[in-house]
Design a protein around this ligand. Structure first.
Ligand code: ASP
Ligand code: MG
Length: 403
């Protein structure tokens, strides 16, 4: 049985904690598992290295940044191998290049192209526990690249896929994926299982357990992920494919997420002519402004109203774009104090009336819904930010997630 394990920054955040990981890895080896262990940099280390670079320059060269940042993971990998050797276990630490991870040429945000697994396979055959420095690879010019923040998750999933591992266990300081943020709703429950698609919706909404790209890759390669805590023996949450209707008692809804980093833009009296929406949204896109929900009202006397949401921190930039359309609208206003609550669940696909439950739960408590958008597995609602937490608790209860 081949298992890929990944230990995040907090799990290896001190020398004692690296020893603790070494003990866990050793225990797994004693159970006769073949192991590839991917490690992050010690917590805070990557940020510290970035600060170091910014001491000298506002715009450090991306090539040098990759060389710098990749060192954090190498330190942990080498230390873990040294600790395991000292305990009498055969272990070898590899950089991304030595592990055969090749990427494209984009520095600081590279994509993995291919993993040449011969070296890792040979080391496993020789009886080694293979420790791999996460978050990095090499491009075809022989330059070191890194995979973007949180990229060690991606390294682990890619390795698990390339090696056809039996499992990919991602260890962090939380013991899995919850029905909602337990700090908002203490009755939140840990999920035994969540599908890739639900996980992608929940993480883009702020439930940061796994790096998004790693979930996308896991879905593409069919890698089953188990998210677990390093500091407990709890079961964790399995992230895999869920076939519709497979489980008769499947939850209609898996989770409720809150995103307060939202702002609403409302445009009044927009000239209703073909192409106006294209012009506005093209210009916003050129400025890399992420438009989320869009509402256009039926037009009256050649004028229409248009509303949409964007990330709060892009509001200034968006205002500038809107000002350039002055001649095409009567007025605009902006509201930073909105939040998006979303209800996510694959069970929605095959059931009707799921959205009505959400609308009623909010209406019964006098929370006004300003905008709505839906997909096959998600209902999102824009509301006044001050009701965000309350709405999460109401929806959590309305769908029986506390049971
Ligand atoms: N050390 C990198 C970061 O902090 C990669 C990772 O931890 O996954 O983003
Ligand atoms: Mg991480």
């Amino acid at each position: 049985m081949l298992v890929v394990q990944k230990y995040g920054g907090t799990s290896v955040g001190s020398l004692e904690r690296i020893q603790n990981v070494a003990n866990k890895v050793a225990k797994n080896k004693d159970e006769n598992k073949d192991l590839v262990v991917v490690v992050s940099a010690m917590s805070g280390e990557t940020n510290k290295l970035i600060d170091y670079a910014h001491y000298f320059s506002k715009n450090p060269s991306p090539r040098e940044m990759d060389l710098l940042l990749s060192s954090g993971e190498r330190v942990t990998a080498a230390l873990l191998a040294i600790a395991l050797n000292e305990m009498g276990y055969k272990a070898i630490a590899l950089t991304g290049r030595q592990a055969g991870i090749t990427t494209d040429t984009t520095h600081t945000y590279a994509r993995i192209k291919e993993i040449k697994t011969d070296r890792i396979k040979k080391e496993i055959e020789d009886g080694n526990i293979v420790i791999v420095a996460g978050f990095q690879g090499i491009n075809d010019k022989g330059e070191i690249t890194t995979l973007g923040r949180g990229g060690s998750d991606l390294s682990a999933v890619a390795l698990a896929g390339a090696l056809s591992a039996d499992a990919c266990e991602i260890y962090s300081d939380v013991d899995g994926v919850y029905t909602t943020d337990p700090r908002i709703e203490p009755k939140a429950k840990k999920l035994d299982f969540i599908s890739y698609d639900e996980m992608l919706e929940l993480s883009s909404l702020g439930a940061k357990v796994l790096q998004n790209r790693s979930v996308e890759l896991a879905k593409k390669m069919g890698v089953k992920i188990i998210a677990k805590s390093t500091f407990s023996d709890n079961e964790g949450t399995i992230i895999a494919d869920k076939k519709e209707g497979e489980d008769m008692e499947e939850l209609l809804v898996s989770g409720v997420a809150l995103d307060k980093n939202q702002a609403r833009v409302s445009l009044r009296g927009v000239t209703d002519r073909p192409g106006i929406a294209a012009e506005i949204f093209e210009k916003l896109a050129q400025k890399n402004i992420n438009v989320d929900m869009i509402i256009q009202n039926a037009s009256k006397d050649g004028k229409t109203n248009l509303g949409f949401t964007i990330p709060q921190n892009q509001l200034l930039e968006a205002k500038k774009v809107i000002e350039s359309f002055d001649h095409d609208l009567e007025g605009s206003d902006y509201d930073e104090w909105v939040a998006k609550v979303s209800v996510v669940g694959v069970g929605m696909k095959s059931h009707s009336g799921v959205a009505a439950v959400a609308f009623k739960a909010l209406a019964d408590n006098n929370i006004n819904i300003e905008m709505i958008s839906t997909s096959e597995i998600k209902i999102s609602m824009i509301i006044d930010e001050k009701f965000g937490e309350l709405a999460v608790r109401l929806l959590h209860e309305a769908y029986g997630l506390d049971k």
